[in-house]
Design a protein around this ligand. Sequence first.
Ligand SMILES: [Zn+2]
Ligand SMILES: [Zn+2]
Length: 261
Amino acid sequence: MSSVHDVYAVRYGHHDRPAHENYIGGDPHDILQPLAYFVWVIRGPHGTFVLDTGFDQAMAAKRGRTIIKPVAEGLRALDVDPDGVTDVLISHLHYDHCGNHTLFPRARYHVQDREMRYATGRCMCHAHQRIPFEADDVLAMVRRVFEDRVVFHDGDETLAPGITLHHIGGHSMGLQCVRVNTRRGHVVLAADATHLYAHVNEGRVFPITYSVAETLEGYARLKTLADSLDHIVPGHDPDVLRRYPAARPGLEDWVVDLTAR
Ligand SMILES: [Zn+2]
Ligand SMILES: [Zn+2]
């Protein structure tokens, strides 16, 4: 059976913010540098995998973000029925990556040991470290542990032929990225291992971070895992929507095909 899969980015949210908020040390340009919010779909001979689950309208309101299209709508545009998804990969447990708790009732959730330890342990005693986490998200994951719906991973693991998980850390202690064999080579869904192209390309660091050193080492890892810089897909860069074509006519600026270049 082939190990070649299709990969899509599904945008669901948006946040306008000044560029200086995206980098430790700020940015000299007095411009807006918005963040886009995505989930990703991997589909092929070994099934359908959804990377991250986004957040819902209530969380958008709480956090001052904008929902462009609900996650479920984006998935259905790709003919993915959330009820039928059996495997959800969670890059890390920040609020924008693991909300929509009831959307995938049949799925097992794949997380790194270290992320669960981080989100439930002594680091969360510090208000600063808690900022990107929501207790309800973490509790939802703990409940899934007790329902036999969590698969823990430690470091680098093969999920299916052509699909591997890789611990990166840095931005969050147990952050993982996903490497997928596609018809244009090995694509790396970096999630927040690089928020924007500028982070990995220029060695700059997003202000929310568990370890600056690991974040920078993570960039080197992403480059090793991907076939080229052009094969790294950042977690929050609106430019992804311009660099890649719509998965189908009518899905422009919403669902793009990461293998069609
Ligand atoms: Zn994050
Ligand atoms: Zn994020």
